[in-house]
Design a protein around this ligand. Structure first.
Ligand code: MN3
Length: 207
């Protein structure tokens, strides 16, 4: 087994009332596990790729052998994206919610003028994803922040961009609680964003 499911650092119900326990359990234990299982199966006979980090594989996705490239794109992306997603959330009122901190706060202000404006742009990006995908806050080649969306399980790393915050807008992420009301899920999600972790992600990239 190359990759294993990272345990959540909080309980399935810890993000309630914003994300319900059943959604968290199915999303983590079944959906995320399935991406990992399928990624491991694809890499089974590819020793060269087994010696690379997942980040390296996704960054160089075009160098993955064509016979497994789409599988690695979908399931490697799914593995990486969910690893990040669980990390950047935390129970509301503890580490979750509130405002960006440190350098993240400064760079958001520089790029988007204020937090509300950033949030507005991010929300619209997340709402506009057609079908399944993600909204992201990434660091681009110039070390600047950027908001973007990706379809399916594509990861910003595949486009030379480094994600520090991501929102899963696949229906499996919210349908039990919010049904077709994706905007309500997006609004609620801000209450569980762990800005300390986003700040740590940013520093891991920018130093
Ligand atoms: Mn998902």
């Amino acid at each position: 087994m190359l990759y294993t499911l990272p345990p959540l650092t909080y309980g399935f119900g810890a993000l309630e009332p914003y994300i319900d326990a059943q959604t968290m359990e199915i999303h983590h234990d079944r959906h995320h596990q399935a991406y990992i299982t399928n990624l491991n199966a694809a890499l089974k006979d590819h020793l060269g790729l087994q010696n690379k980090s997942l980040e390296e594989i996704l960054t160089d996705i075009n160098f993955v052998p064509e016979s497994i490239r789409l599988t690695v794109r979908n399931h490697g992306g799914g593995t990486y994206n969910h690893n990040l997603f669980w990390q950047i959330m935390a129970p509301a009122g503890k580490l979750g919610g509130g405002l960006p901190v440190g350098k993240t706060a400064r760079l958001i202000k520089e790029k988007f003028e204020n937090f509300e404006n950033f949030q507005h742009i991010f929300n619209n990006t997340a709402k506009s994803v057609f079908g399944s995908g993600w909204a992201w806050l990434v660091i681009n080649q110039f070390g600047h922040l950027q908001v973007m969306a990706t379809p399916n399980q594509d990861c910003p790393l595949m486009f030379g961009l480094k994600p520090i915050l991501g929102l899963d807008v696949w229906e499996h992420a919210y349908y039990l609680q919010y049904q077709n009301k994706r905007p309500d899920y997006i609004s609620a999600w801000w209450h569980v964003v762990n800005w300390q972790q986003v700040e740590a992600n940013l520093h891991a990239i920018l130093g």
